[in-house]
Ligand binder design. Structure first.
Ligand SMILES: Cc1cc2nc3c(=O)[nH]c(=O)nc-3n(C[C@H](O)[C@H](O)[C@H](O)COP(=O)(O)OP(=O)(O)OC[C@H]3O[C@@H](n4cnc5c(N)ncnc54)[C@H](O)[C@@H]3O)c2cc1C
Length: 497
């Protein structure tokens, strides 16, 4: 008989797992508390303007091709990807700029202006990183975590050492380039990990490599359309999505999954339950205390969580067609080593680094003709650090609006038609993200691989987790890998039954 699978949450991890399992012929239903699919990337509409809420950077489009193909579908039938070239422009604390591009000649020309030996250093780094990517991506990032001993096999120690686990991301890039602009330019993708490069594991040098080698992409219609596309593929195969239907708890008997209990009290039976809701939040709210195992309040109190983000979503009655899609301002403060700057434990109200996405020039679908949208992101402390946003939100908004000219956005204020602001509290309360730490458990070596919560529950039979908080980590690329592993485990375990 066909097995019934319930997925709690229609974030990227839930949707991707649902599509894979539906493609394998299971009865799959998703229960989602919000009125839209996509989780942190669900986006929203305000009047004539449409906004992406979370992700704006898409890497490795082949992962999406593979996801749709796993269910017998073609990704191109559901969503189109546009390559961005150059893909990111950075402005540094000293007013110099750099355009990251997959065109090596253009990139090296810019680096030579920084220092004559940098083009050769780039070649060396890239060659080294290609080897690391070959040795690391498929066998480690793409595979389920093993026990600690599983990583100590003699034949694999050589591979492990290539990743220099003793190095931080900062040390990795400093050793390669000895130029702080380049160090921060290449370690900025630590942004999707929510960590300062001096705290983040050096293995994440693979992210800038992947961007340089395979490009950065934009899904037409935005990331909200990408979420809708995966959901549509799932529904086309007969999958069901119940929106506005929060799950109250996972229904267990003797640590065996029976199904889920909805907020309205209804119980729905299932052979397997997969939870995509944010791990730290969900384990404490959806799992009865007796079955939580080590994941108690005390466990999470000792863990490090990523920063949160202050967001401005602006609909404006003008366009900035000559400005890039992705831009970052890397202020002097990004180089500071004092605690609040490194671990985002206090709000930087003077000179915070920030990021702006200007999507309309490559995707005019988000605003009326002649208008556009802007997405502004500033890393801020998570809610555990107690910023009083009721008092601070307005002045912080003004600070950031006044700093937009640093990235070429002159005169924005007079053109704002639609404005929405998020603080860490919105992420916590409206998106059910623990502490509003949008990039989940931090990505230091002690919270990665065998030290990160695994996809298959350690304590409950036929319960699985998928999403940014579990192995391998936050960000769409890794979450799609997590979804692949979750689907694989479910399949293996259901066949064994
Ligand atoms: C501002 C920002 C910028 C980002 N930029 C990037 C980027 O450029 N590139 C990138 O790759 N990643 C980026 N990320 C990270 C990426 O968005 C996240 O890693 C990803 O969304 C996490 O997905 P997830 O599958 O863990 O689930 P989530 O997105 O957390 O979704 C979980 C879902 O579960 C639902 N849910 C929760 N509780 C219940 C319940 N009780 N019952 C039913 N449903 C429930 C929620 O409503 C939600 O829909 C960004 C994130 C943010 C916030």
């Amino acid at each position: 008989m066909t097995k019934n699978i319930i997925i709690v949450g229609a974030g990227p991890g839930g949707l991707a797992t649902a599509l894979r399992l539906k493609g394998q012929g299971y009865n799959v239903e998703i229960f989602e508390s919000s009125n839209r699919v996509g989780g942190r990337m669900r986006g929203f509409q305000d009047g004539d303007y449409a906004f992406d809420t979370g992700p704006t950077i898409l890497q490795l489009p082949n992962l999406y091709d593979d996801l749709f193909a796993s269910a017998g579908l073609k990704r191109e039938d559901y969503i189109t990807f546009t390559r961005l070239e150059p893909y990111t422009k950075l402005r540094f604390w000293d007013d110099s700029t750099l355009e990251l591009t997959t065109d090596f000649d253009k990139l090296k020309h810019q680096l030579a202006a920084f220092r004559q030996d940098l083009p050769a250093a780039l070649d060396r780094w890239y060659a080294e990183e290609t080897k690391k990517y070959d040795a690391g991506y498929e066998p480690y990032l793409s595979q389920p975590a093993r026990s600690i001993l599983g990583y100590m096999r003699l034949d694999e120690l050589g591979t492990g050492l290539k990743f220099k686990p003793w190095e931080t991301l900062y040390q990795h890039f400093w050793n390669a380039f000895q130029d702080e602009r380049l160090v921060y330019a290449l370690s900025y993708p630590a942004k999707y990990l929510g960590m300062h490069p001096t705290l983040s594991a050096s293995v994440f040098s693979l992210i800038p490599y992947i961007e340089m080698a395979f490009g950065v992409w934009h899904p037409q219609g935005g990331f909200r359309a990408l979420a809708q596309a995966i959901a549509q593929g799932f529904q086309d195969l007969g999958g069901k999505i119940h929106l506005n239907t929060p799950v109250k708890q996972v229904w267990l008997e003797n640590r065996q999954v029976q199904g889920v209990e909805l907020e309205n009290g209804e119980r729905i039976k299932a052979d397997t339950v997969i939870v995509n809701a944010d791990f730290a939040e969900a384990v404490q709210t959806l799992i009865p205390p007796a079955a939580q195992g080590k994941y108690t309040d005390n466990f999470f109190a000792k863990k490090q969580f990523s920063c949160s983000t202050f967001m401005l979503y602006l609909g404006i009655d003008k366009r900035y067609d000559n400005l890039p899609h992705h831009q970052l301002y890397l202020s002097e403060h990004i180089r500071k080593r004092e605690k609040p700057f490194v671990n985002d434990s206090a709000l930087d109200e003077i000179d915070p680094p920030f990021y702006v996405c200007n999507p309309t020039p490559v995707d005019a679908s988000n605003a009326p003709e002649g208008h556009s949208t802007l997405y502004v992101l500033v890393p801020i402390p998570h809610t555990g650090h107690g910023v009083d946003w009721e008092k601070k939100a307005k002045s912080y908004r003004d600070l950031i609006i006044n700093r937009l000219p640093l990235l070429g956005f002159e005169g924005v204020e007079q053109h704002i038609v639609s404005e929405t602001c998020y603080t860490a509290e919105n992420w916590q309360n409206d998106y059910s993200v623990y502490l509003g730490a949008v990039f989940n458990l931090s990505h230091n070596w002690l919270q990665l691989g065998p030290f990160r919560p695994p996809v298959r529950s350690e304590y409950i039979d036929k319960l699985y987790w998928v999403g940014g908080a579990v192995h391998p980590g936050s960000g769409l690329m890794t979450i799609l890998e997590s979804a692949k592993n979750t689907a694989r485990f479910v399949e293996e375990d259901l066949v064994k039954r």
